[in-house]
Design a protein around this ligand. Structure first.
Ligand code: SAH
Length: 369
């Protein structure tokens, strides 16, 4: 401890300001503060969002004399890759990022034949305390800034373009890494806006290919619906009844299944987008036939055709006795949900062996205290 007090750099409480934290007006005033002509603001944004460059020293259309100044004022290095692991024959890659204050978060890049997805974190840790989720066990460390969220996207897009040989494009972004995105609402909203805006204002990823996943923070779901961004909402339900959901998703003690489904319906009606319902199948806990029937009935009643159920075979986490349901139980669960007229599939689980699958992200480290 003493060693750290003596040798460590002071750690900023907040990540430094970055271009990606700023909207167009903010970029304009930051450029004015630097004494640069107004058109530079658009140029920098084009480099960042359009060309995925975050280091002004590589921006050849910027006069060499100002690159250093711009780097310092607008492009601090927010995230440094501390570790990279791959699996699924190189098609899945997890990166452990270290932020300026030593906090660590993870993101996961997944290549598929028809799409490339980055799964990003919105918070370091998570305060929602779902007992089956590794991230939930460590509690919330802090919210990520908008730029810290966007840097994960930029890095994923740049890796797809540069590292896989064939100039791949990032097509999908899912907020299914660490954290509860709607508990960091303003920063996540700004990040989503810049993910979907076309360059120079954003990465230009189609809104329907962006998924915000939530435990069910009801007022925030409604607010997000009213933004009419057209992004996909995923609701982590995991149980169709309050008694069980109170224990699996503790926020259910505040907003019940019925309220979460009503908010999901509001989202679907307001945006015209089908809502995804996430359901981690846990052996002997939430995989009973009667729960499948109840799930199908409640979803059909609340959302009709405007819902799709994603069953996630539980990814075991350290220290938990829980396991995934056996395949025959899983198949029967799917059949029963479908027989209520609700669309339902089982999610393919990428990254299990590198602890990069749903609910397994639990970055070690962070600020020593
Ligand atoms: N806080 C957001 C994002 C969490 S991660 C949310 O709760 O939706 C995305 C999904 O993975 C959520 O549905 C989450 O419940 C699920 N998940 C968490 N731990 C899991 C595990 N061990 N196995 C399978 N899915 C898990």
């Amino acid at each position: 401890m003493v060693r750290q007090l003596v040798f460590d750099e002071p750690r900023p409480a907040r990540p430094p300001r970055h271009l990606a934290d700023l909207d167009a007006a903010g970029r304009a005033s930051a450029i004015a503060e630097l004494g640069l002509p107004a058109y530079r603001a658009k140029q920098l944004a084009q480099q960042y969002y359009g060309r995925l460059i975050a280091d002004p020293r590589q921006m050849t259309d910027l006069p060499a004399a100002v690159r250093e100044r711009v780097a310092e004022a607008m492009f601090p290095t927010l995230l440094t890759a501390a570790a990279d692991v791959a699996c699924d024959a190189g098609q899945t890659r997890k990166t452990l990022w270290r932020a300026t204050d030593g906090t660590t978060v993870e993101s996961v890049l997944m290549r598929y034949p028809q799409r490339n997805t980055v799964c990003i974190s919105s918070q370091a840790g998570c305060g929602m305390a779902c007992p089956f989720c590794a991230t939930g066990q460590g509690g919330l460390r802090r919210n990520l800034s908008t730029a810290e969220i966007l840097e994960q996207v930029r890095a994923g897009a740049a890796a797809l373009r540069d590292d896989f040989g064939s100039g791949q494009r990032l097509s999908n972004v899912v907020f299914m890494g660490m954290g509860e995105p709607l508990a960091n609402y303003a920063r996540v909203l700004a990040a989503v806006q810049r993910i979907i805006a076309p360059p120079p204002h954003g990465f230009g990823i189609s809104a329907r290919s962006v998924t915000v996943s939530t435990v069910g923070l009801v007022p925030a779901i409604r607010t997000l619906a009213d933004e009419r961004l057209g992004v996909t909402l995923a609701l982590s339900l995991h149980a169709p009844d309050d008694e069980l959901r109170d224990t699996l998703v503790p926020v259910n003690t505040r907003w019940k299944v019925g309220e979460a489904l009503a908010a999901a319906r509001y989202y679907a009606e307001t945006t015209g987008r089908r809502v995804s319902v996430e359901y981690a199948l846990i052996r002997g806990v939430n995989d009973q036939a009667w729960r499948a029937d109840l799930l199908g009935k409640r979803l059909h009643r609340a959302l009709g055709p405007l819902v799709h159920v994603n069953l996630i075979p539980l990814n075991p986490t350290p220290g938990s006795a829980w396991d995934a349901s056996p395949k025959p139980v899983e198949r029967e669960f799917v059949r029963r949900v479908r027989s209520q007229g609700v669309s339902c599939t089982v999610r393919d689980t990428r990254g299990r062996e590198i602890s990069a699958a749903c609910g397994q992200l639990a970055a070690a480290g962070g600020p020593a205290t």
